[in-house]
Design a binder for this molecule. Structure first.
Ligand code: HEM
Ligand code: SF4
Length: 551
């Protein structure tokens, strides 16, 4: 993983000292909340319903055990013993006291972490595939390019006051596990005409109140030009993006107002006029950064393990967990393991400090010291020897963490909603818990198969509801919480925004409505058909009939 050099350390420490001074002045009243607001937001500190919320960047979702233990310590010492992993692969603490924030930032700096650019109209944390360097369908490690983008975008003088926030995701595998089509810029590493790797560049995707799937601005960009090309996109956006209306300020609005052809023309013109030397990194520098991401030494092992196979036969709980939470690895005899943070009855994405400590231990024992945060709000150990899987499972089971629902219905994505967020219209966590209860039976979830259910507490769509196969959006209708359901969204290669199926449901009716939708799918599906395939084949009618027919 990338290691800070002296410059990075000095820079982050200076930022901590600067913010300590600003917090001090706020606490004495020298700074008003209005004056303090832009300063705190520059450091990822939000003021929410009940308390301050601190958003910590986890670059491309990668954590070392040491960093995870430090997060556990922060949760224990300065929060309420837990943190919330988010769909942008970050972690948020919801109960931080202002007076403690400088100490929290200092503790983060010790382990080479910070909160810079986790808020504000700048380039935010670059997200990526949680199985980078492990997946067996990977063309190239995307983290190298995430890190290059991170270094380039951090305090970039031209792009620190964009019209609005800016989110980039990079994927280097055949399957898109980073929802690249729902980002301001989505980068897919692809093979070019001469067999060399480069980027397919998507632009203008996003969620929020006006969801759009990103459009291809360039089918193939040679890798060496990534920075200059991204810079041209940002320059055009910075110049032409709307600053008069908060709701129309994202790049997706510009791209869709101009049309992709005109937007492309403006970007290509800028790019062709740009002197690229000094922006694009020389080959040696790319290689230097890539060297930080050398995968761990994984001596080849037997691709089959007899003890594991026997355990799958004798222990149905283990068999379910294995089937859903263990993914193939590029090296024979290894796998990636998903640690689900979606135990029924718990807040999706929350992890206690004890869980964080345990995951750090397990990463050291079984996972070659690597942990990833998945955008579906779970944790991943990317490199585990197949033979260690039963021991890993036992350790997780002892802590109540062997939840075998990865990508099943119980693996819901959910934003904080009205329990924490001051923009919320409705609760989302309690509804997610009720749905989880309705589908508690693991056998039923298994029978339903893979399905993505996402929920947001307001139209800002932090819970990716637009991209859910089933999306749930909390709205406020004359003081009553109502939940609007969308069907047919997808965050993957067949990215799509879900369609509203009909009138919303009251909170207590939502689990039943989800049940009806799922049953309609199961009744209508052909052998092996996914929810999306069935939805696309049969259309909305049977779902509408099942949900509203009797009305
Ligand atoms: C509780 C404090 C939070 C606040 C105040 C907040 C605010 C917002 C706002 C205003 C938007 C809409 C942006 C736009 O359309 O221009 C947004 C989008 C988004 N947020 Fe949050 N959010 C919060 C928490 C979260 C959490 C916990 C997550 C992850 C679970 C998250 C992830 C996202 C994502 C993925 C989007 C949609 C993608 C996009 O279009 O940018 N946010 N957020
Ligand atoms: S979707 Fe709305 S309620 Fe949920 S976290 Fe985002 S801003 Fe808050």
């Amino acid at each position: 993983m990338y290691r800070y050099d002296e410059f990075d350390h000095a820079f982050v420490n200076e930022r901590v000292a600067e913010f300590r001074d600003q917090v001090g002045r706020r606490l004495t009243g020298e700074l008003s909340e209005e004056e303090f607001r832009p300063l705190r937001l520059r450091n990822g500190l939000y003021l929410q319903l009940h308390a301050y919320m601190l958003r910590i960047a986890v670059p491309y979702g990668q954590l070392s055990p040491r960093q995870m233990r430090q997060l556990a310590m922060i949760g224990r010492k300065w929060d309420r013993g837990y943190g919330h992993f988010t769909t942008r692969q970050n972690i948020q603490f919801n109960w931080i006291k202002l007076v403690d924030v400088p100490d929290v930032l200092a503790a983060l700096a010790e382990v080479e972490m910070h909160c810079i650019q986790t808020s504000g109209n700048c380039v935010r944390n670059v997200t990526s595939d949680p199985y980078a360097a492990a997946a067996n369908d990977e063309l190239e490690d995307p983290r190298v390019w995430c890190e290059i983008l991170r270094q380039w975008s951090t305090l970039h003088p031209e792009f620190n006051w964009l019209p609005r926030k800016f989110k980039i995701a990079v994927s280097g595998a055949a399957e898109d596990r980073a929802a690249t089509a729902f980002h301001d810029i989505g980068l897919r590493i692809v093979r070019g005409p001469n067999g060399e790797n480069g980027f397919r560049v998507l632009v203008g995707g996003g969620m929020g109140r006006t969801p759009y799937v990103g459009q291809v601005i360039r089918e193939f960009l040679p890798k060496e030009h990534l920075l200059s090309y991204v810079e041209s996109i940002l320059r055009v956006y910075n110049l032409l993006g709307r600053r008069d209306n908060l709701y129309k300020a994202r790049i997706k609005i510009l791209v869709n107002t101009l049309g992709i052809e005109k937007f492309r023309e403006a970007v290509e013109d800028d790019w062709n006029a740009t002197v690229k030397v000094g922006i694009d990194l020389p080959d040696g520098e790319v290689r230097r950064i890539a060297s930080y991401f050398a995968p761990p030494d994984l001596p080849e092992r037997a691709p089959r393990d007899e003890a594991l196979a026997a355990r799958r036969e004798s222990d149905p709980g283990f068999a379910t967990w294995y089937r859903n939470n263990v993914l193939p690895h590029r090296v024979p005899g290894y796998v990636s393991a998903v640690i689900s943070l979606k135990e029924p009855g718990r807040t999706p994405g929350d992890a206690s400090s004890d869980t964080m400590d345990l995951v750090a231990d397990l990463a050291e024992r079984f996972g070659h010291d690597e942990i990833r945060v998945n955008y579906t709000q779970n944790l991943v150990l990317p490199h585990v020897a197949l033979a260690d899987i039963p021991a890993l499972y036992d350790a997780l089971a002892e802590a109540g963490l062997a939840v075998g629902n990865n990508e099943l219905l119980g693996d819901m994505i959910c934003c904080p909603g009205l329990d924490y967020c001051n923009l919320a219209n409705a609760r989302s966590i309690p509804i997610a818990k009720e749905i989880a209860k309705k589908f508690e039976d693991p056998a039923r979830q298994d029978e339903i198969g893979k399905i993505r259910v996402n929920m947001s507490g307001c139209i800002n769509a932090c819970g990716h509801h637009h991209a859910g196969n089933i999306g749930i959006l909390g709205v406020d209708k004359k003081g009553t919480e109502l939940y609007q359901i969308t069907l047919g969204g997808s965050p993957k290669d067949d990215a799509a925004v879900g369609t509203i199926i009909g009138p919303g449901f009251r909170a207590e009716k939502v689990p039943e409505a989800i049940d009806t939708i799922v049953e309609t799918y199961v009744e209508n599906r052909n052998e092996g058909e996914s929810f999306l395939e069935t939805w696309r084949r049969v259309g909305a009618a049977p779902f509408k009939e099942a949900l509203y027919g009797a009305r």
